[in-house]
Design a protein around this ligand. Structure first.
Ligand SMILES: [Zn+2]
Length: 109
């Protein structure tokens, strides 16, 4: 038997009221079945990305990203950093960046 999971688009109802005027509101994601075949996608975790403030040498919380793993979170932040302004890159380094889950930050706080 194939795996199925509740359609995240319509929350299992098979119907999207916001699309009532289009195809009678039948969910286009699951075709009105309310379930999708396959493995449920793993929801992303929210991460805080810490880099270094070059002026002070101290850790600085630079980004918030959603990703499935710490490595993916840091990669994502480095992609954002690469497109940041020169002034920002001069001040902050992500060379030794790490990510901390929001849920863990809240426990620490
Ligand atoms: Zn659906």
């Amino acid at each position: 038997m194939a795996d199925t999971y509740k359609c995240p688009k319509c929350n299992g109802s098979g119907y999207l009221s916001c699309y009532a005027g289009i195809a009678n509101g039948i969910c286009f994601s699951c075709a009105g079945a309310g379930v999708k075949v396959g493995k449920a996608p793993v929801p992303g975790v929210k991460w805080a990305i810490f880099g270094i403030d070059r002026n002070t040498g101290e850790r600085a919380r630079l980004y918030n990203v959603t990703a499935k793993s710490e490595k993916a979170a840091v990669n994502k932040a480095q992609g954002t950093w690469a497109n940041a302004s020169a002034a920002f890159k001069d001040q902050y380094s992500l060379a030794t960046a790490f990510a901390v889950k929001w849920s863990e930050l809240e426990i620490a706080a």
